[in-house]
Write a protein that binds this ligand. Structure first.
Ligand SMILES: NC(=O)c1ccc[n+]([C@@H]2O[C@H](COP(=O)([O-])OP(=O)(O)OC[C@H]3O[C@@H](n4cnc5c(N)ncnc54)[C@H](OP(=O)(O)O)[C@@H]3O)[C@@H](O)[C@H]2O)c1
Length: 311
């Protein structure tokens, strides 16, 4: 197949492009930075410049590539875009990413239609910092913004938007769990854990649904090859509360046990998002992705993945 990866230089893109290439697909991948074109070429893709927020740029890049499928992996979460993240203002951290999930999705879908591309797969998120006791989130469930603390409601709309838009267009939205693995970003957390600066907040009863970045990529390849239609939770089999995975991660890297700090004390620094994720996060269930995509994650549990990461 000819596959167009919008955002080939990001955490997912860098692991995804080589997987497509290894399975015999022809890949065009994008960046906004001319000095990153070489990286994409080295990954095996035809590299192209594209600004996902500029309709003309997207239209030209897609028309030139003439792909069979488009994969939307555009976010703006690296320090290049957000500088040093201020967790007290998560809406600022998410601002450009939210536009990429709304306007960026619109531009890709318009370009797909204009070029006759009939399948689009897009990145969504398996994080819901509310209603932990309601059990695992499945793909059938609407996640209403009203469930979220008022300061976090901004995160729901762009996710709902991208999911609804691509599914309506016959494509798939993949709700990735929290990444670890090469380029996945857990290095920063490991650094904090080593310095004992990542505490278990408010008892740590909030769930994280983790996924190794290479497993996220392999699920994406399957969704493209199978022309999947619908929402899929791409998380491992083992969602776990912070009170379990954080001390485990500390042990894996030979650090002291994390401190335990009450929510009220840490809220001024960690912000509403940090506290809600650590105390209220809901787990996500992956049965649909396993059943319908035939996805078999290489790391069914973060327990083995973290050990490897720490080694
Ligand atoms: N589920 C999760 O846990 C999750 C999801 C997403 C990200 N993250 C984490 O967030 C951190 C940063 O993510 P990242 O490394 O993927 O970097 P990022 O800065 O979020 O960029 C992701 C991709 O989007 C592209 N992009 C950004 N703005 C664009 C625009 N206007 N038009 C077209 N493409 C655009 C980037 O390309 P260029 O900058 O090269 O142009 C890059 O290819 C990582 O640690 C990652 O693991 C986690």
């Amino acid at each position: 197949m000819r596959v167009f990866v919008a955002g080939g230089t990001g955490a997912v893109g860098r692991r995804l492009v080589p997987q497509f290439v290894a399975r015999g697909h022809q890949v065009t991948a994008t960046t906004t930075h001319p000095d990153r074109l070489g990286l994409l070429t080295r990954l095996g893709a035809e590299a192209t410049l594209m600004d996902g927020l500029d309709a003309a740029s997207v239209g030209q890049a897609v028309a030139h590539a003439r792909p069979d499928a488009i994969v939307h992996q555009m976010t703006a979460l690296s320090p290049d875009y957000i500088g040093k993240p201020d967790f007290r203002h998560p809406e600022r951290i998410a601002a450009i990413t939210s536009r990429l999930r709304t306007t960026g999705t619109d531009h890709l879908l318009a370009a797909a239609e204009a070029t006759g591309v009939t399948h689009v797969v897009a990145q969504s998120l398996a994080t819901w910092p509310a209603h932990r006791d309601a059990g695992p989130v499945t793909e059938d469930e609407a996640l209403p913004p009203e469930q979220l603390p008022a300061k976090l409601r901004f995160m729901a709309r762009p996710l709902r938007y991208v999911e609804d838009a691509v599914v309506k267009a016959g494509g798939a939205a993949l709700r990735y769990g929290v990444f670890y693995g090469p380029g996945g970003g857990i290095e920063n957390q490991i650094d904090l854990v080593r310095k004992r600066r990542m505490p278990v907040i408010g008892g740590g009863a909030g769930y994280f649904s983790w996924v190794h970045i290479d497993d996220a990529a392999s699920a994406t390849v399957l969704a493209v090859e199978q022309r999947a239609n619908g929402v899929f939770n791409i998380v491992d089999d083992d969602p776990a509360p912070v009170s379990e995975w954080l001390p485990y991660l500390a042990a894996c890297v030979g650090a002291k046990r994390p401190l335990r700090i009450p929510a009220w004390l840490v809220r001024p620094l960690a912000g509403e998002m940090g506290v809600a994720i650590m105390t209220e996060g809901r787990p996500f269930a992956n049965a649909k992705a396993r059943r319908e995509l035939g996805w078999e994650p290489r790391y069914p549990s973060w327990r083995t993945g973290f050990k490897e990461e720490a080694a």
